[in-house]
Design a protein around this ligand. Structure first.
Ligand SMILES: NC(=O)c1ccc[n+]([C@@H]2O[C@H](COP(=O)([O-])OP(=O)(O)OC[C@H]3O[C@@H](n4cnc5c(N)ncnc54)[C@H](OP(=O)(O)O)[C@@H]3O)[C@@H](O)[C@H]2O)c1
Length: 317
């Protein structure tokens, strides 16, 4: 099979499309013929080993995993002997968790992993992006227990996590403000934001407003300015938190009525099934910026690394 392989950390050119061994499913695995994957911020970090700490998990000198890509949508081509949940020909989408391997024509995944039948009303490309930004946003929004009528602000509302967070907070009944750049105002309004703040002109931490939930997907402003803009029992979600924000968050959660949610999310089939149902009822729409082929994977990484993508970048395979 063809796959984008990298054997050293570095610039986008380290990704080379080559022949690789097609995997064979063991007892509880399904073999998926991948139709689409995506380039996410996480793939870029792993490619560059940035932050350095990534090397302690994924290989100190060179990467232990040689095929990146954590999301996929495709068709089940064969199944292991014990597989009961899927059959050959099913169209599925999912997340590989920490195993990666989706920048390839085929992948084997456990039937009880983060995999489900693909929503019928979206393309493979649109389905592939859901288990990254959609699941990350859902994980934190469920933890924050957003209630109807609450005021929620999403910073980075034009990104993969942010565009999902705006739509999910709306579906839970919140009044949502999206924070984005001038070029993305129409996009953020189109996905349902009630109000939009252009961060190139205004700073939401200085407008005198307080919010029940601040979902900052891009560490857009200083930690303590964010905290000041929370209501008395407000919750701050930092999906891009580094070690210092995590420690500051623990301190605020322990010493005040405010709460800070950080950490690495886990991937469960239940979450993608929840999102699939929202998509099928028209309450959630994956936002797609650009599509590339597997051969253009390095080009796609260059684009994503700039940090300005609108929603998601697809790789059609
Ligand atoms: N905790 C977890 O397990 C987990 C899971 C998934 C993702 N994440 C993290 O979540 C973060 C967001 O990921 P993503 O994939 O959504 O990123 P992304 O798609 O690259 O989104 C960045 C978006 O934010 C906008 N932006 C940049 N600076 C901004 C600012 N100051 N204020 C408002 N918007 C701004 C960018 O557009 P403009 O530059 O045009 O404004 C772009 O549309 C990443 O750090 C990722 O690693 C964490």
């Amino acid at each position: 099979m063809k796959a984008a392989i990298y054997v050293q950390y570095g610039k986008p050119e380290v990704l080379q499309v080559k022949e690789a061994i097609k995997p064979t499913p063991i007892s509880n695995e399904i073999l998926v013929r991948i139709k689409a994957t995506a380039v996410n911020s996480g793939d870029v970090r792993l490619r560059k080993a940035d932050p350095f700490a990534i090397r302690f998990i994924f290989g100190l000198i060179k990467p232990k995993i040689n095929i990146l890509g954590s999301v996929y949508s495709g068709e089940v081509e064969s199944v292991g002997q014990e597989v009961k949940m899927f059959k050959v020909g099913d169209t599925v989408f999912g997340h590989t968790d920490m195993n990666f391997g989706a920048y390839a024509e085929y992948i084997c995944v456990p039937q009880d992993g983060s995999v489900a039948i693909k929503p019928a009303n979206v393309s493979h490309g649109e389905a592939a992006v859901i288990p990254f930004g959609g699941v990350a946003a859902l994980h934190f929004i469920k933890k924050a227990v957003i209630k109807p009528g609450q005021k929620v602000i999403v910073a980075g509302a034009s990104g993969a996590v942010g565009s999902a967070a705006v739509q999910l907070a709306k579906s839970f009944g919140a009044t949502v403000t999206g924070v984005c750049s001038t070029a993305n105002i129409d996009l953020v309004k189109s996905i349902g934001a009630d109000h939009v703040i252009d961060y190139t002109k205004d700073d939401f931490t200085k407008n005198g407003e307080t919010y029940d939930v601040i979902f900052d997907t891009v560490n857009s402003t200083s930690f303590f300015r964010n905290v000041k803009s929370l209501t008395e029992n407000g919750i701050m979600i930092l999906s891009a938190a580094g070690m210092s924000e995590m420690l500051q968050g623990l301190w605020i959660s322990k010493t005040s009525s405010k709460k800070v949610l950080t950490g690495v999310i886990s991937h469960k089939a239940a979450d993608i099934i929840f999102l699939k149902e929202l998509i099928e009822t028209g309450k959630f729409k994956p936002v797609i910026d650009k599509a590339y082929s597997l051969e253009q994977i390095a080009e796609a990484h260059v684009y994503v690394e700039k940090g300005h993508k609108k929603g998601n970048v697809i790789i059609n395979i």
